[in-house]
Design a protein around this ligand. Sequence first.
Ligand code: 13P
Ligand code: SF4
Length: 317
Amino acid sequence: MGKKLIRKNKADIFYLEEINRLRKFKNAVILAHFYQQPEIQDVADFIGDSLALSQQAAETDADIIVFCGVKFMAETAKILSPQKKVLLPDMEAGCSLADSCTYEDLAALKKKYPGHKVITYINSTARVKTISDVVCTSSNAVNVVNSFPEGEKLIFTPDKNLGNWVKEKTGKDMVIWQGSCEVHDVLKIENIIKLKELYPDARIIAHPECKDIILKIADFVGSTTALLDYTVKSKSTRFIVATESGVLHQMKKKSPDKEFIVVPADETCSCNNCAFMKMITLEKLYMCLKNEKPEIKLTKNLIEKAKEPLMKMLTIK
Ligand code: 13P
Ligand code: SF4
């Protein structure tokens, strides 16, 4: 067992050295989402939530963007920076939520509700974005919905939990697509109550992709960045965290004296992982930088159409 550990460390040291050499040599930037494995977060040039990563992708002057996240995020980077080479270390890193609403599903919904403007959560395919009016992320969804005038008919897709949460916050009626994230939607209120009984002083914090019953009892609801900021600023020293466990890495780094308890996905583990996000490894990142593939390739037409609702989002404060 000891030997295995040394071998793994040696390999990781090699990958890290090569990643550092290659990114400089190729003028590549490594962007990583907060749900990535700790070693990926630590090697990244920039870590963030979906909104911050989109902004970085739109502004970077690197020649290559290596996206350590899932496919819709890398596609977004390509749409915002089409002249750059955008790499995703594992093309299989998808998203159950993005898959829950296809282009055909949304086209049919728009036909059913003519005259409605479409607000699409960034966790969606590039094709779905092409028939949307504006994109939002969990950090700006309330502002994006509020940017529409009173009385405008709205469709919100694809996340039902985020959609209902925004509906309640803004008081705006919306047709909501019934999609959900397989990581957040399975979290159970019973498990949170059990944890709260064990740790009565703990603050409950939750991502808006969780079920509404969880969002109702949470002390704070927000995107991954908002949750992280809350734990830094809060006077509390213990938090029950209802989101993907990757974010705990930064929470612990920023507040080493505080305690973070992740809400378990089921009775057999004490964690809550997005299997897609965890597909990215140091080895795959190294191979991807070395071979400059897998590369995100989108047609000019798709990029042009999907860029509009994304750019619109970036102008909304
Ligand atoms: P954020 O908008 O907080 O980055 O969330 C992205 C995501 O995939 C949540 O499941
Ligand atoms: Fe998609 Fe959920 Fe994974 Fe986020 S956590 S990438 S919404 S499956």
